[in-house]
Structures are given as structure tokens and as C-alpha cells.
Design a protein around this ligand. Sequence first.
Ligand SMILES: [Cu+2]
Length: 177
Amino acid sequence: MSRLEENTKEDTTENIQEANQSNKMNPMLLVGIIVAVLIIGAVVVLGMGASNTADSVAEKTENTVAPIATTQSETMDEAAPENVIEVEGGSFYFKPNEIRVKAGETVTIKLNSADMMHDFVIDELDVRTEIVQGGSSGSVTFTPTEPGEYEFYCSVSNHRAQGMVGTLIVEEYTLVE
Ligand SMILES: [Cu+2]
């Protein structure tokens, strides 16, 4: 056997040993990489899971909130533009002191206080605004069903006796085409 051949043989052996070593190293590296990937993957999945949960919570919150907002705006749209009757309350009067509405129609009475505290009350119809301060206003929405005349008054102190009274006239509902 020539020397060259021996060298080649040694080289080959070394190469095989190196290959064996690297084959031994690779599994450890692979395990390390797999563990790292699993950890990263778990973190990513958990992160996505968490954000998905947050998203769905946000969606649920929106879904819960939205209908209320819609209902409120619908209610205001129905009541606000057409059937609001503004009444001024002062010491000691209502202006106007005669209000006409139609039976079956929803009406909002908006009481604007010109001075001090007043409210707007109709006992028979269970109608009552909050007591409002001078310069501010309060309202009550109701639907009278029985035609007739109803007294409204201010229930603060002795305002009713001093003249804070008026008449709500509920007229028979008639179809207008
Ligand atoms: Cu009053």
C-alpha cells in the first residue's frame, strides 16, 4: 500500500469520525431548535389566544353597548323633533297654561324654569318631571289615552296655590289623511 493511499484512508477515517461527531451533535442541536420552536410557537399561540379573547371581549362589549345607544337615539328621534311641548315655569305661572295633545300620541313636556325651582305634575296621568333649577330644564314623556281635561301644576312649596297651574286637554284621536 502506498503512502498516499494510507493518507487517504486516514483522511476518510477522520472524515467519518467528524461526520459521526457532527451526527451526534446534530440531534442535540435539533432538540434545542425544536424546543425553541415549541416555546416560540406556544408563546405565539398563547399571545394570539389572548388577543383573540380580548377581541371577542371587545366585540361582546360593543354588541352589548350598541343596541342601548341605538335605542336611545331611536327614542330621542321619535320623541324629540315632533311632539315636544316646551313650557316655561316661573314665579308663579306656566306659559302656556293650556296644552292640547291627542289621545294615543306620545308627547314630551319640556319644562324650562325661568327662575327658582319648579316641576310639572299631572296626578291623574302619573306625570312628573324632576324639580328643575332656575335656568335649567327637565322633561317627562307620556302617552295619554283617555280624552279629557287634566290639571297640571307645580308641586314645589306652595307654588300651586300661588298660581302655578294649567290644563292639559287630551283630544280624541282622529285620523288625518
Ligand atoms: Cu314652581
